[in-house]
Design a protein around this ligand. Structure first.
Ligand code: SF4
Length: 832
């Protein structure tokens, strides 16, 4: 038995995880000693042990679609980059990095791009997540300082969550808040969000304001604090689409609370005026004195595990390094420290600008590290076109197939979680170790090593001569302390001389903010979002995340129990809009904007505002055909932060009634004709697609089976067709289709691929898709920890369970990580 303390690779809460390896199995539990979670884990963290397989991994370097040796891949990368730099200059090269990288990887990438290639064109997917928050903090405090900790959330009198569905996106922090509120009945919680989300479950007040109107609410609060009547409560209520009474209640609670903390995330940041919204929030804390003391402050939650580490090293195009900018003193200091004469002198291209510059042919080489911009950036068709036309695309990836890597000329296999070794920083400035507990698979290498080798191939080997990530960390810490007389709060001086052993054993370390002497109220003029709804595109699309998935699903999409909660792209719509657009719950719909089209399954929700739709951002070409929501979203950005307005896009929706819908299970999937849509589902030891199209797939599938010379078993009943294909007694494929989605006993089907039923009766039952004596389908899985479905929960409610605790006692649902408790309560109230 072998235990390793490490950090969860998903959200910015940054939970400590204890990994146990026993007889080849990996199991995880929360680290009781880690200050981020004190032993708790959410459902994604609990399933980490199920993500360490090598399915779909990129294990060898590839150049122009051929496996090559590392030395060949590195020399080709060096030669091609050098040729572009010599011909077009350093500005023709860009890096696009990720909040998934470790701090050491980020530092190496930033140093190579800004320090030695000599352009600042290194940006990151964190631009899409929290760059407005960075701008807000820098304008208010002169530096990117997050002045809060998680225990402030527990020790406050008023907790305000703005544009944050923390119950799903920062679940362990949310569970800490739930517990704190139980322990302190005087604590109040206000949720400010156009949607009624799971987070509203604990809200004393939910302000369902108009999308994008948050700045008006907080400018009004600032006026109320300062006795200014410009943004009166009446004006705010009108601007935000709220009742005067609820605005007044919020202001009253905030002003009278001895302590108040405001948590905010993408709903604030992802806006064309996101920086101003962040400052509007910071302003009310500055004006009321609710800052820099326990239980108080403006607290931006980061989405990614190491977005904060990227901010610390300066891995954004408009930062230089270690909280320094492009002022002459900073430029001279960083050049001295790195020993370079090639340091970039001006800010570089931010994410959306960068891909626009690729499309225009100005950037001719892009190196994408650990991220999937073909899915996550807005206007993803345009991003794909830009990548397809780019002369040199280099990708460092753990997965062999992503929507982005299909455009790559050079692919570097990178280490994943559990294999790599370094540090990450969470939302509360706490640096934790991610430790390796698995051997490097195939020929995969750490990102910092790949970057250092390319640097060497470009002729800069001396400055990148590290042999271990501890050396990089110490260099990063030393840069933060270099000529730092207290003018920069970010200062890791005490970590700069850690030995290898001390770094190996580093316990979570929160860097101090200092006194924050610079505090500025930044004037904000509230603006509405910039999406324009009209007769052609009459609805406003909001994008976001679902409880059990992460990013573009490269890890979580392969875990069966995480896929069961929501297993297809869905569109949430209000009952009124569903009637207006003739949509029924569970049917398919086409969503379109001037940029593209996607297909999603309709879910009608009481909590959805009229005129607004919500679609998750996770699905991509690996998991669905036409499931990518970012094809609809326009790349309009905040001019200060460069963060796109991913929360508001004008679109239209119409029902799609396909001729056929089917369930396809196979050991190896046949090609699905381009006319059909499909959604990949997680299944044990077999592949599973749900398919839909106007033309039946039956003939195509039978033709595929005949070519393989498999034995076919067919059934037709009404509109329902089913076919099983057998070979040497083994089930090779099963397909069931109908004019609506056929009901199927999915576990029975999955088992048949392993047990190979030989009896005729069993095979007939399988052809019907029903296990004898079993009621088909348990409905949507609500509790992923114990795989408890909606049907069992509804039956328990009908039998008298009238609280989440009662359901937990009867079925165990909600008794592990607690993430599903808001949904349990929603089911109880829906039947009450
Ligand atoms: Fe991981 Fe975030 Fe869940 Fe913690 S809350 S276990 S960091 S996904």
């Amino acid at each position: 038995m072998n235990e390793t303390r490490t950090t969860c690779p998903y959200c910015g809460v940054g939970c400590g995880v204890v990994v146990r390896r026993e007889n080849g199995n990996v199991s995880v539990r929360g680290d009781e000693t880690h200050p981020a979670n004190y032993g708790r884990l959410c459902v994604k963290g609990s399933a980490l042990g199920e993500t360490t397989g090598l399915q779909g991994r990129l294990l060898r370097p590839r150049v122009d679609d051929h496996d090559v040796t590392w030395s060949r891949a590195l020399s080709v990368a060096g030669e091609r980059l050098q040729a572009i730099i010599e011909r077009w200059g350093p500005q023709a090269v860009a890096f696009y990095a990720s909040g998934q990288l470790l701090t050491e990887d980020y530092y190496a990438a930033n140093k190579l791009m800004k320090g030695f290639i000599g352009a600042a064109n290194i940006d990151t997917n964190s631009r899409l997540c929290m760059s407005s928050a960075v701008t807000g903090y820098k304008r208010a405090f002169g530096e990117d300082i997050v002045p809060c900790s998680y225990d402030d959330v527990e020790n406050s009198d008023l907790v305000v969550l703005v544009g944050s569905n923390a119950a799903w996106t920062h679940p362990v922090l949310f569970q800490r808040l739930v517990k704190a509120r139980q322990d302190n009945p005087d604590m109040k919680v206000v949720v400010i969000d156009p949607r009624k989300t799971a987070t509203c479950d604990i809200a004393d007040l939910h302000l369902a304001l108009m999308p994008g109107s948050d700045a008006g609410l907080f400018v009004g609060l600032l006026n109320a604090i300062q006795g200014d009547t410009t943004w009166s409560i009446d004006r705010v209520a009108d601007f935000c689409g709220l009742l005067v009474g609820e605005v007044g209640t919020f202001y009253d609670w905030f002003i009278t609370a001895p302590r108040a903390i405001t948590l905010y995330t993408m709903g604030i940041n992802q806006s064309t005026s996101g920086s101003d919204k962040c400052n509007a929030i910071i302003n009310v804390h500055l004006a009321s004195g609710k800052i820099a003391r326990q239980g108080c402050g403006p607290f931006s939650l980061t989405g990614q595990p190491n977005a904060m580490g990227g901010r610390e090293v300066g891995g954004l195009a408009n930062q230089l390094a270690a909280h320094m900018g492009f002022e002459p003193d900073d430029l001279a200091r960083v050049a001295r420290f790195w020993g370079t004469e090639r340091l970039a002198q001006t800010p570089g291209l931010m994410a959306v600008e960068l891909f626009d510059a690729i499309a225009r042919g100005e950037v001719k080489a892009v190196w994408i590290m650990g991220t999937n911009p073909a899915v996550s950036l807005p206007d993803s068709h345009a991003v794909c076109q830009a990548l397809a036309a780019c002369p040199l695309v280099v990708v460092s990836e753990v997965m062999s197939e992503t929507d982005t890597s299909r455009f790559a000329h050079i692919r570097f296999p990178a280490l994943g979680w559990g294999e790599k070794n370094g540090t990450v920083t969470n939302s509360e400035r706490r640096i934790s170790r991610q430790r390796a507990f698995l051997p490097a698979p195939g020929e995969a290498k750490p990102d910092w090593w790949i970057i250092a080798q390319v640097a060497k191939a470009l002729g800069y080997g001396e400055a990148f001569a590290w042999t271990h990530p501890q050396e990089i960390f110490c260099e990063h810490a030393a840069l933060s302390a270099f000529e730092n007389d207290g003018s920069r709060a970010f200062n890791l001086r005490e970590l700069a001389s850690l030995t290898r052993e001390q770094w190996d054993n580093l316990t979570p370390y929160q860097w101090p903010t200092g006194d924050m002497p610079y505090r500025k109220i930044v004037p904000v003029a509230p603006q509405k979002h910039s999406a324009r709804v009209d007769a052609l595109y009459p609805l406003l699309l909001n994008t976001g995340r679902v409880r059990d998935q992460w990013h573009t699903m490269t890890r979580t999409g392969y875990v069966a129990r995480l896929m069961q909660h929501i297993d297809e792209p869905l569109v949430e719509i209000s009952p009124g809009d569903a009637r207006r657009f003739m949509l029924m719950d569970g049917q398919l719909a086409r969503l379109s904007s001037p940029r593209g089209v996607m297909v999603a399954r309709v879910r009608i929700l009481q909590g959805q505002r009229e005129g607004e739709l919500f679609v998750p951002m996770h699905w991509n070409n690996q998991f669905a055909r036409q499931g990518k929501v970012n094809v609809l979203v326009e790349g309009r950005c905040d001019p200060l932060s460069g963060q796109p307005e991913s929360k508001q896009t004008a679109i239209r929706i119409m029902p799609w009634q396909p001729g056929w819908q089917g369930e396809l299970y196979a050991r190896d999937l046949p090609e699905v004709p381009p006319s059909a849509c499909w959604w990949r589902k997680a299944a044990q030891g077999v592949q599973h697609l749900t398919v839909a199209g106007d033309k039946s797939l039956l003939e195509d599938i039978m033709a595929h089976c005949r070519v393989q010379e498999w034995q076919l078993q067919l059934a037709h009943s009404g509109d329902r067709n089913s076919v099983l294909a057998w070979h040497n007694g083994e089930l090779m494929l099963g397909y069931w289709e109908d004019n609506t989605l056929p009901e199927l006993a999915h576990t029975f089907v999955e088992e048949a691929f392993h047990t190979a039923p030989a009896e005729l009766a069993a095979r007939h039952a399988l052809l019907n898709g029903q296990r004898p004596g079993e009621q088909v389908g348990q409905g949507r899985i609500i509790c992923s920890c114990f795989s408890i479905g909606e049907r069992a929960i509804n039956e328990a409610i009908a039998e008298g369970c009238d609280s989440a605790a009662a359901l937990g006692a009867k079925l165990r649902c909600g008794t592990n990580c607690g993430s599903c408790v808001p949904e349990l309560k929603a089911l109880i109230s829906a039947r009450g």
